[in-house]
Write a protein that binds this ligand. Sequence first.
Ligand SMILES: Cc1cc2nc3c(=O)[nH]c(=O)nc-3n(C[C@H](O)[C@H](O)[C@H](O)COP(=O)(O)OP(=O)(O)OC[C@H]3O[C@@H](n4cnc5c(N)ncnc54)[C@H](O)[C@@H]3O)c2cc1C
Length: 392
Amino acid sequence: MTGVQEPGRLARLRGAARELAVPLREVAPAVDRDPSVLPELVRSGRLPWREFSGLPAAHHTAPIRVGDRSTAADSCVEQAVVWEEMARADAGVALGLPGPAMSGFMIAELADAEQRERYYGLLASDRPVWTFFGMTEPSHGSDPASMGTALRPDATGSLALTGTKRFIGNGARAEIGVVFARRAPGPLGLTAVLVDTARPGFDARPLDTVGLRGLELSELRIAELPVAEEDVLGRHLRASRRGMWAAVRTFNRFRPLVATLALGVAQAAHEYAEQTLRPTPRAFHRYAAHEFAGRLAGVRAMVAAAALAADHGAASGAAASAAKLHATRLAEELTQRAVAALGPGARFDHPLLDKWVRDARAFEFMEGTSNIQRLNLAQGYLQERDRRAVAA
Ligand SMILES: Cc1cc2nc3c(=O)[nH]c(=O)nc-3n(C[C@H](O)[C@H](O)[C@H](O)COP(=O)(O)OP(=O)(O)OC[C@H]3O[C@@H](n4cnc5c(N)ncnc54)[C@H](O)[C@@H]3O)c2cc1C
């Protein structure tokens, strides 16, 4: 049940995605124990990675179909439904699957025809290909303007990339990805580079993490990695449409999907808690199932509104920030209340619930912390107020 009546096509898409996602839950405990087993599970054919790859229609060999129509990779509304169902099965495994993920949004914003062909040609090959999106650095997460990674000429005058990126999803598994670097001082000096991880100067190592372990957050150490002008994304666009501008648009489009992932974890934990606690009325009462059912439906409506706004090219991303803020809070509160209602030892006795508590916490940091979402919301409010004042 989703709580709010969905249009027929989306409801059918949800049903198809839910069925397809079942194997993600089956492998979740093994991947949580040791994330390095995931690539082998993918290669073994046990997981529906092709269907969930999110590749654009021209490169997709196995899109999820509803009736005679394929799922649209560029429809945030449809992807929000699919991603919630993937996360309901397991968010760590879902995020650890091969495919374009966040770097794909940067390609959509910035790549020229040759770069698009290079990127999607590789991703559409027969074998699974992982990608990464490299923005965060050891001392610069919420504040990318202070980025230390640099793109500058080396001793021979050719471009070279140097810097360290941390908490990069799938970084150590990836063959290709997008790295942000400073090329010049000032707000327009940030640029994005398409990086082939087989090049000399690229080194990636998995980090030991607690939540969403299937995503295998990694540290990238990049030293004098050779870069050609053809690797620089957005080189055919004017300076104000490259680097941070494209990153902000990417965040605005990706954030509803992060919100829907947190929602999927909350939904999974809710179903588990309801089923486990129902035989003990006092514990069931402590969990407050009705309150959470209402909040799940409310957050799902916020995610749908944010996804629709993203599909309509919303400039501010305020709806996406509101959805992410509420989805993260719901996932954290719901999983913790379920643990409290189950009583002492619950996290030992219910390993899935223990995993969902850890996964829910990870969403707080992914794609901007709650404080950063609050800043976005305040900014969105002020912009809207100014716009109305000018229009009046
Ligand atoms: C599961 C997961 C996946 C991730 N995937 C990626 C990825 O693929 N690629 C990538 O580049 N990064 C990724 N990240 C990193 C993520 O984007 C950063 O963790 C996040 O931006 C926060 O940065 P930070 O950890 O450096 O925290 P900091 O920026 O140091 O923040 C620390 C604290 O200070 C607060 N704070 C910071 N600035 C302000 C402010 N101006 N006002 C009020 N409070 C503030 C924050 O809210 C937070 O509570 C991922 C992280 C996680 C957990």
